[in-house]
Design a protein around this ligand. Structure first.
Ligand code: NAP
Length: 497
């Protein structure tokens, strides 16, 4: 066994349970981090608000929730036996299957005994004298660790819209993130959905055939393209498994670690007929191919982007019968791919159903939620159910809910008030021995996320190993390193000079 004495919990605060490392969150990142650190021989403890593992896939049980990167590209890659034994049933697995997979991982690697469920961390305070973190849970229990790793998830702080009267509604209402564990019956229900991002699109297309009526409140339309999901046949399964090493090598090379490789040609380097044929082919391909395997300049040259946006607009016009509704669904304020592209399955056709209507809330804003429904500037609608698909306080939202206090009692929330300051999105000056998987600035938030999570976790595990082997009990990013990291990011990603 490795010598863990340096990290051993000898000087813990009276009354607290002490370990080498506390990991906050038992989603994809937290689970792998616990597994990796335990392999180093460190004592680990994970805290999780939910009653089970899975993070995003534990919470987001809304109808239609499923991958939009290929299942096998999304799964953990760190263990060959795990890869060999797990069979994905579909190219883009639905949430229940993904949650089953993550539970399988937890069982296979015996992770549950290190995780306290139903345990929300509310505060973590650095103790400089002892070089340790004191961690407090919502129920007042305290714990003590040398190193603190946050695996909070970039999209775990759901946001309800600030619409007056939301609390007065007498029917059922749900935010997609906090979807009930029990089945929700839509039969005979008059349902409203607010929000048309990737989540709203999945909900709308799934419940449209089940409800009595569906009213979609849209603020900004998005460019949505077909997912083309299908089951994985047995021979395909064998091919996917045989190809895992080569596939993960490709994923390491592509921006964002997706399976799709950008076409090296420029949009205007081919004839109009060739361009059209290529785009038809992409429109018929599964997943993000159309976004990521497109001509190299579609996302950077405004003229190329405009021509391609026209192509997708034509598709929407062909698929939506009512020309007025089609125009409402076609984005006018941004080009294709410059915002997240929702992946859809019969989304546009849902608006051809007689009981589905679309309300443009830029033209007729929502004034309030009433006891019986929603009032806009020009109409009053009655509903049995309101679904909020209104997104998240992304990335920093989950950090704000924990009172992190670093050197001298400095608050992380206050430090990040005018924008986060981090070193590589993994550390923040003034917060020693604290590591933030998928923290702000970390490229993971723009990634096929488990691929970048694994990279973050492995980097952190390497650092922990180094500390263990060299008797290091304190590390901290400097402000100069934060500044240099931010400069490099602005230069390399955003082209600032
Ligand atoms: P989102 O992209 O932030 O979309 C939120 C939607 O709610 C938008 O249409 C927004 O309109 C609308 N909205 C917000 N506040 C509103 C208000 N006060 N009044 C009216 N409308 C309001 O959130 P999301 O759809 O949950 O997606 C978040 C992220 O989750 C995605 O980017 C993606 O990374 C991830 N996701 C992944 C999958 C997957 O992998 N399969 C599926 C779903 C989501 P505006 O656009 O006008 O702000």
């Amino acid at each position: 066994m490795p010598d863990t004495q340096v990290l051993g919990a000898t000087a813990h605060a009276a009354g607290s349970e002490a370990v080498d490392v506390i990991v906050i969150g038992a989603g994809i990142a937290g689970m792998y981090q616990l597994h990796s650190l335990r392999k180093l021989g460190l004592s680990v403890l994970g805290f999780e608000t939910g009653s089970g593992v899975g993070g995003t896939w534990y919470w987001n049980r809304y109808p239609g929730a499923r991958f939009d990167s290929e299942s096998y590209t999304y799964a953990y890659s760190f263990d060959e036996d795990l890869l060999a034994e797990w069979n994905w049933s579909e190219h883009f697995a639905a949430q229940p299957e993904t949650l089953r997979y993550l539970n399988h991982v937890a069982d296979r690697f015996d992770l549950r005994r290190h995780i306290r469920f139903n345990s929300t961390v509310t505060a973590a305070r650095w103790d400089e004298a002892r070089r340790r973190w004191d961690v407090t849970l919502q129920d007042g229990a305290t714990f003590d660790c040398r190193f603190l790793v946050t695996a909070l998830g970039p999209l775990s702080a759901a946001t309800l819209p600030r619409i007056p009267g939301t609390e007065t509604f007498k029917g059922q209402s749900f935010h997609t993130h906090d979807w009930p564990h029990e089945e929700v019956d839509f039969t005979g229900k008059r349902v409203a959905v607010i929000g048309t991002g990737a989540t709203g699109v999945q909900v709308i297309q799934t419940i449209a055939p089940q409800v009595a009526s569906l009213t979609v409140f849209q603020r900004t339309p998005n460019w949505c393209t077909p997912l083309h999901n299908k089951p994985i046949a047995a021979d395909e399964q064998a091919k996917i498994k045989a190809n895992y090493p080569a596939m993960f090598e490709i994923l390491r090379q592509t921006p964002g670690c997706y399976i799709h490789i950008t076409d090296p040609r420029g949009t205007f380097e081919v004839t109009e007929a060739e361009r059209e044929a290529f785009w038809e082919k992409l429109y018929a391909e599964p997943g993000f191919s159309i976004w990521m395997a497109n001509f190299r300049d579609v996302l950077t040259d405004p003229k190329a982007n405009a021509v391609f946006s026209d192509f997708v607009a034509r598709k929407i016009r062909q698929r939506v019968k009512d020309p007025k509704v089609a125009e409402m669904l076609i984005p006018k304020c941004h080009g294709f791919g410059t915002r997240r592209v929702p992946q859809e399955t019969h989304y546009y056709e849902a608006f051809n159903l007689p009981h589905v209507r679309l309300v443009d809330i830029k033209a007729t804003p929502i004034e309030c939620v009433t006891e019986t429904g929603i009032r806009t500037s020009d109409a009053e609608y009655e509903f049995d159910m309101i679904i909020y698909a209104t997104g998240f306080d992304a990335v920093t939202g989950a950090f704000d809910r924990v009172d992190f206090r670093g050197v001298g009692g400095q608050s992380l929330k206050e430090k990040w008030w005018e924008g986060p300051k981090t070193f590589l999105g993994l550390m923040s000056a003034g917060f020693p021995n604290m590591l933030t998987i998928v923290g702000p600035h970390n490229a993971s938030t723009r990634c096929n996320i488990p691929r970048c999570i694994e990279q973050n976790v492995e980097w952190i595990t390497g650092l922990m190993e180094h500390c263990r082997d060299h008797g290091i009990t304190r590390f901290e990013a400097t402000s100069a390193a934060e500044y240099a990291g931010a400069e490099q990011m602005l230069r390399e990603f955003y082209g600032y000079q």
